[in-house]
Design a binder for this molecule. Sequence first.
Ligand code: UDP
Ligand code: MG
Length: 328
Amino acid sequence: MKISVVIPVYNEEENLIPLYQALQAALDGSPDFEWEAVLVNDGSSDSSLQVLTKLAQENPQHLCVVSLRRNFGQTAAIAAGIDHANGEVIVLMDADLQNDPADIPAMLKKIEEGYDVVSGWRIRRKDTFLTRTLPSRIANWLISVVTGVHLHDYGCTLKAYRREVITGFRLYGEMHRFIPAYASSVGARILEVPVNHHPRRFGKTKYGLNRTIKVILDLFTVKFLLSYSNKPIYLFGGTGIVLILVSLATLVFLALRKIIYTTSVFDSPLFQMSTMFIILGFQSILMGFIAELLVRTYHESQQKPTYIVHKVINNQIPENSLPIEQQV
Ligand code: UDP
Ligand code: MG
């Protein structure tokens, strides 16, 4: 088995050598797997790139360095690393030594046992409580409820993936944390294992409280893409129909009240509200039609099928006439 450890690096000059040593200590000499580390320099302004270049020259068999032109953000750096990784198993982790490479072999064992995603869980997290740990607990709960994939620690970067479950989609925004939810939507088996977490020794964290807001916005997108990207009319049309039905019921109520008690329909804002919601309801349905057109363009322009095949036995159709996703 070949594994690739993908690590985004942004201004981590003091961490890189200890990081490489820790990787060597954890992964060298195992008879079960070969390893490489893909370190992605995300436009660092310190000497990270120089340190990485030197490390890569000294260890060509284990180290691949990808350097981005400017700072694109952690998610983009991870995506670049995945694109340059050769392994059948891809392990993601941070460069700041808060994650511990010593946890990797145990995670690989679980992959060998047949899991597709092994997700690290920082049981004893060493970050400030109010700005990091607490928002992260709330975010984990919310993501679990919304996506239906229950994990204690979406934010922990240290996770191992079988290659097939993470290469089928593109990562945008802060979305690397949602990879397990995507993987689950293509049928991956997911396991959570406790991992070590250390305080940051060198350099400083690149994030604060404002990341939580981005994560919540991304969550809306992910939910929409996971549940409705094939059938947006169900969401827009469903909302529209509910609005129209509630408004019609209100109008019937107003009409009956007028007939029985002769109360004017204009004595409360209900009449105006109902008419407005009926219009909104129709608008929503029409938006659903537009979204349906977009979905067709999306799937057909990229030849993306609306399904994912696990295995085909005895098929006679030549490989290259199948949709892209199906060609292994
Ligand atoms: N990182 C990156 N690009 C960025 C910000 C961060 O590649 O724009 C990397 C960073 O070098 C580290 C990882 O992403 O390896 C996690 O960053 P950090 O430790 O600051 O996040 P925290 O652990 O505090 O959530
Ligand atoms: Mg960190």
